[in-house]
Ligand binder design. Structure first.
Ligand SMILES: [Zn+2]
Length: 489
């Protein structure tokens, strides 16, 4: 029997979020609980491992959440201690370790949490036990991470739909390493921060690079090929993008393909920036459109770690003479409380926005309370959703869905559950950079990313980086750079 230890540490840090992430924000799982947590990447890995008869799987530890602010050092210290203790406890006779990670964690002091965990895990397991990791594509792979692993699988799709396959790829690679293949990792770093529509796998230029990776992965001597895009809202010293190619003992191929992809990636850097519209211009375009228009507020996307309390687009709409029907979501706990106190049908004046983000000054808006809800709704595919106490407020042509849970701001099912079919509006504000095609883009006539402030602004130069390496594109637009390959084996 081969004993394989499984661990997980997963969070996407947004360094520009005004609040910190603490231990209470994480879902922590010890032992068997990790396998009960229904993580898709781990489920995919379990699918592969379970087909082997000679494997003993040992779930050690998991600490995961979505996106949030910088992790307090105390929180990371606690998670690291618990995680490493659990790995150590199960390390006797362990033959391999699968570590499910995100890649965009950053703590107050430790700016490379994944690198720290992998370095310490390597010390526990020794040099001969293979470690394979799986990663979201929105993160930083550091040299310290690459020095302490034997293989990495990276998500191939954005919007992300291959979590399960990601786990399967990682597990398959780990099994091949156990069978005796000799992994060689070649990696090319580019000093780039990228955003925008060209990163969508199905339609953007990034997809053409991914299809090359997938083609490579069909070869028997290629264990994995992937691209870490970097994550601009995480302000860390090794910020940038990285090609990661893992071959079976074929150094030349690994180097050649990593360099080719890295060179192509660098050449495409300007295209992989977001096309942005000023809110006034977007409203003008919406007026002339003959169908529903999406305003993407990527800057306040809770999925990218922003608080979801931006009122910038609402302000633009209120200051305009736009008369079409508008659906605007926001997170604002005090406004929901006020609406609850007033009751359905009452007209009140509430400050809206900025509650968790001092970038935004609350807007005093006169609204009618149209609906109050516990926020429980049936979410397609995910069972019951919970938006927390919620209010639907109306000011003239604008329907404002005020929630208290940040994560659900853009759940399409929540709108349907509340009787607010997005298709019945003329402008729909979506607090996400991109959504699966069928939700909005399939029926909207336009989708514009609005240039407004926010912790996750795709206008990268406005974020206020202090730690990223310089020069880096697009902060230093005229920089020159020649990609080169690094090998880890
Ligand atoms: Zn991602």
């Amino acid at each position: 029997m081969s004993k394989i230890v499984v661990a997980n540490c997963f969070q996407e840090t947004n360094s520009f979020h005004p609040n910190s992430t603490t231990y209470e924000h994480f879902n922590v799982h010890f032992g068997q609980d990790l396998f009960e947590a229904n993580r898709q990447d781990i489920s995919g890995a379990l699918n592969v491992f379970s087909r082997q008869t000679n494997i003993e799987l040992v779930p050690a530890y998991g600490a995961g959440m979505g996106a949030g602010g910088t992790i307090t050092q105390a929180c990371f210290d606690q998670i690291a201690e618990e995680c490493l203790e659990a790995i150590e406890k199960h390390s006797t006779n362990a033959e391999a370790l699968y570590f499910s990670m995100h890649g965009a964690m950053a703590a107050e002091e430790e700016k490379d949490p994944e690198g720290y965990l992998l370095e310490e895990t390597r010390k526990i397991l020794g040099p001969n036990v293979p470690i394979v990791i799986s990663l979201d594509m929105h993160g930083t792979v550091t040299r310290r991470m690459l020095q302490n692993i034997n293989g990495a699988a990276i998500l191939h799709t954005y919007p992300h739909i291959d979590w399960y396959q990601l786990g399967k790829r990682a597990a398959s690679m780990l099994l091949r390493i156990l069978e005796g293949v000799k992994p060689i990792i070649a990696s090319v770093y580019t000093p780039t921060m990228v955003r925008g529509d060209e990163l969508k796998t199905a339609t953007g230029v990034h997809g053409t690079l991914i299809r090359h990776c997938e083609h490579l992965e069909e070869r028997n001597d290629v264990l994995a090929a992937g691209i870490m895009l970097g994550h601009p809202p995480t302000d860390v010293p090794e910020q940038g993008s990285r090609i990661v190619i893992v071959t079976d003992d074929n150094r030349e191929l690994a180097e050649q393909e990593a360099l080719k992809l890295g060179t192509d990636f660098w050449a495409l850097r300007a295209r992989m920036q977001c096309v942005l519209y000023r809110v006034e211009d977007a409203i003008k375009i919406a007026k002339k459109s003959d169908g529903p228009v999406i305003f993407s507020d990527a800057a306040d996307a809770t999925s990218s770690g922003a608080p979801g309390t931006s009122n910038a687009i609402l302000k633009g709409l209120l200051q305009s003479d736009y008369a079409g029907r508008v659906l605007f979501p926001i997170r604002d706990e005090p406004a929901v409380e006020k609406a609850m106190e007033a009751g359905i049908g009452r007209t009140i004046t509430v400050p809206l926005g900025g509650t968790k983000d001092p970038r935004f000054i609350p807007l005093e808006v006169e609204v009618t309370v149209e609906m109050l809800s516990t926020g429980k709704y049936f979410s397609q595919g995910n069972g019951m959703g919970n938006a927390g106490p919620l209010a639907i407020l109306r000011t003239n042509n604008i329907t404002i869905v005020v929630s208290t849970q940040p994560s659900v701001l853009c759940d399409y099912s929540m709108y349907l559950g509340l009787g607010q079919d997005p298709k019945k509006f003329d402008i729909i504000i979506v607090k996400l950079p991109h959504t699966p095609h069928h939700l909005y883009d399939a029926w909207a006539v336009r989708n514009m990313t609005i240039d407004v402030p926010g912790a996750a602004s795709p206008n990268i130069k406005t974020l206020g980086h202090k730690i990223v390496p310089r020069p880096i594109y697009p902060l230093d637009e005229d920089m020159s750079f020649i990609p080169s390959v690094e090998v880890f084996s």
